[in-house]
Design a protein. Structure first.
Length: 287
């Protein structure tokens, strides 16, 4: 647990930690692969993938975003035109001759690239069922990419199907964005059961980096109670960083930019920069 030098309580009801500045990197590669996962939609998975990625890039990390949601929201959120995407993560999964280098696309953020998705990816779930080693396909495809990046963030679809299992099998860890409202809590147990099954059967190294409270509104009793319940159940697994509601996130999505660039001085941008530092600190402690 991070050191604390203050009795000031954060939104999670715990003393705010002292998060050290991350150590600059002198070399790149050996990426940590992280799945952004929650089977409930609309909880901030894509927003977190984009903005955490951009914040890590600001800290000198080379970041690769992987759009594994057939809706392609991540690809649009970094400014890509879905009609202009000729090869995508569908081709990566379904064509043995396609490598990540064939589909990787720069974003407007320095140090951050993306493997884009289109609606065709929805068919991959059905087609993969008949494949030998179907849960391992993404892991095999990303193994080479890990040598070129420091962090690979996978934006999972809002389900616990075969695409998500592929992401979890390929990953070192999971971040769970969770809207601070009652119904969002109900799905956490199902998700953690899935993560545990993947850990036992396919990927023994898989861990949960943390649960991230999103769309938080401290003015409402409901948000505060949900956050309190989350901390009571999960303790230090819950990130100290909390992402508050702000219209700036929607505006940034429309602009096709991370909030760290669209509204660089906003509270939302500050929150994701803090999350990036907290995530790196947790990885450092777990190394």
């Amino acid at each position: 647990m991070p050191d604390t030098d203050s009795t000031e309580l954060g939104p999670t009801g715990r003393p705010l930690p002292v998060i050290p500045e991350p150590t600059p990197l002198t070399t790149h590669g050996n990426a940590r692969i992280v799945s952004m996962c929650n089977q409930k939609g609309g909880v901030g998975k894509t927003t977190t993938t984009i903005n955490l990625g951009a914040s890590l890039a600001e800290l000198g990390r080379r970041v690769l975003l992987v759009d594994l949601d057939p809706q392609g929201s991540l690809s649009v959120g970094v400014g890509l035109d879905p009609n202009g995407i000729e090869v995508s993560t569908y081709d990566l999964l379904m064509d043995s001759d396609v490598t990540w280098k064939d589909i990787v696309t720069p974003t407007g953020t320095e140090g951050m690239d993306v493997l884009p998705a289109v609606i065709d990816l929805a068919g991959a779930e059905i087609q993969l069922v008949s494949e030998v080693g179907r849960e391992q396909v993404l892991k095999d495809k990303l193994s080479d990419a890990a040598t070129a990046y420091d962090v690979i963030l996978i934006d999972c679809q809002p389900s616990l199907g075969l695409l998500t299992v592929n992401a979890l099998t390929a990953s070192d860890s999971v971040i769970v964005p969770l809207e601070t409202e009652y119904f969002a809590l109900r799905g956490v147990a199902l998700l953690t059961d899935t993560i545990e099954r993947v850990r036992k059967r396919l990927n023994p190294k898989l861990v949960i980096d943390g649960l991230l409270g999103t769309m938080y509104d401290g003015r409402t009793l409901h948000s505060r109670e949900v956050m309190s319940t989350l901390v009571q159940a999960w303790g230090d697994t819950v990130f100290h960083t909390v992402i508050r509601r702000t219209v700036k996130f929607s505006d940034a999505t429309v602009a096709g930019e991370p909030i760290t660039e669209f509204a660089a001085t906003s509270t939302g941008a500050d929150a994701y920069r803090q999350l990036a530092r907290e995530v790196l600190a947790r990885w450092q402690r777990g190394a």
